[in-house]
Design a protein around this ligand. Structure first.
Ligand code: SAH
Ligand code: SF4
Length: 374
């Protein structure tokens, strides 16, 4: 059975043509699915009867099973969604006065294995398909529209951030069609500035994203130098800071937003002293990347062995950057009572890479991590 959520509109056109149908049929179908939230082909009343009959045996909208829904005291909603074979991913809706943001997962687990991230500690199972990425938005948008009683044409979700479980740029071929459906006027019609890909720094894919589907970019920096960054974000060994910042500079020159957001997770006694803030300021000034900083107070989870920086240290760190002329915000923690905050998403992941074992090794030998670097 073909999953109709697996396509952007171009892909759906190609598929319709393969079935001997006119390309405009794809746009009709796409609007029923994404704009109106209809899954049942029988209800798509303006499709030709013969086409509807043909579709019913051939293709369907395959939503994800909802394992649980939790609502935080601040209105944040977290869904645990079943993707089969013992894996489940999380999707989070964060309501604010002037917007509704959906935090979407791109993988079951993550192979990057950042020290401070709950998903990274779980290991990696597999990439999500385009249909599984879009099913998160499809469910949340249409469910919320019904629940909030929104009129036709009103949107519950105004912003999407690829900041759930997984490294989106390590699942590039499934990500791009999903982004295109989010931007499509016949789909969710989101502006490029309101769709953000967050990455730990997969340099070649940053370069490709600019060509294939430029959207807002957030880069998880977390350290002012390669030695500390390698320790926190192992991917830095492959793509060190100089290369990463050069890719950011190239991206910002043509991106829909004229700045890159650098995310920086504030870890007590690890990366949060004022000297490190000054080093960071020098680093980004030298690189000439137009940027803003978003400091994320570390959200603890069992087994991390790390602590959140005290509030005054976060504020002092922000001041150094701010006084250096870089716009800096401190991210508000949302949904932490239901473990929906940044870095707390864990879902259910069958680790097929033994990341957990590798992390345990590293925890026992922190000194070795430092001396190994040239
Ligand atoms: N893989 C991508 C996107 C998912 S993580 C990335 O790393 O950018 C989304 C954001 O949450 C990243 O900036 C990440 O560094 C941050 N994060 C991860 N674990 C965290 C934690 N425990 N506390 C606070 N932020 C965390
Ligand atoms: Fe993966 Fe991002 Fe978590 Fe790092 S922070 S382990 S890249 S999800």
């Amino acid at each position: 059975m073909i999953n109709l959520l697996d396509f952007d509109r171009e892909g759906l056109k190609r598929w319709c043509v393969e079935q001997g149908e006119k390309p405009f049929r794809a746009t009709q179908l796409f609007r029923w699915i994404h704009q109106r939230g209809v899954a049942d082909v029988a209800q798509m009343t303006d499709l030709a009867k013969s086409w509807r009959n043909k579709l019913q045996g051939l293709a369907a909208v395959l939503p994800l099973g909802i394992v649980s829904e939790e609502v935080s005291h601040d209105g944040t909603i977290k869904w645990l969604l079943d993707v089969g074979a013992g894996d489940a991913v999380e999707t989070v809706f964060i309501p604010e006065d002037d917007r509704g943001t959906l935090c979407v997962s791109s993988q079951a687990g993550c192979a990057v294995a950042c020290r401070f991230c709950s998903t990274g500690h779980q290991g990696f199972s597999r990439n999500l398909s385009t249909g599984e990425i879009l099913a998160q938005l499809w469910h949340a948008e249409h469910y919320l529209r019904r629940r909030l009683g929104l009129a036709e044409g009103e949107r519950a979700i105004t912003n999407v951030v690829m900041m759930g479980m997984g490294e989106p740029l390590q699942n590039y071929s499934a990500l791009v069609p999903a982004l295109k459906a989010m931007l499509d006027d016949h789909g969710y019609g989101l502006s490029r500035r309101r769709v953000t890909v967050s990455t730990a720094g997969v340099v070649p894919m940053i370069e490709r994203l600019l060509v294939d589907c430029p959207v807002a970019l957030a880069v998880s920096l977390h350290a002012p130098d390669d030695i500390l960054r390698e320790h926190l974000v192992p991917l830095n060994r492959k793509y060190p800071l100089a290369e990463l910042l050069a890719a950011c500079k190239a991206y910002s020159a043509a991106a829909p937003r004229d700045f890159i957001t650098f995310e920086y997770c504030m870890l007590d006694g690890v990366n949060d002293n004022p000297e490190q803030a000054r080093a960071l300021l020098d680093l980004v000034r030298d690189s000439q990347v137009p940027c803003k900083f978003n400091l994320i107070p570390f959200n603890p989870f069992p087994a991390s062995g790390l602590k959140r920086s005290p509030r005054e240290r976060v504020v002092a760190f922000a001041d150094v950057l701010q006084n250096g002329g870089i716009v800096t915000t401190i991210r508000k923690t949302r949904g932490d009572d239901i473990e929906a905050a940044c870095g707390q998403l864990a879902g259910e992941v069958q680790d097929r890479t033994r990341v957990q074992v590798r992390l345990a090794d590293r925890r026992l030998m922190p000194a070795k991590v430092h001396t190994q670097t040239p």
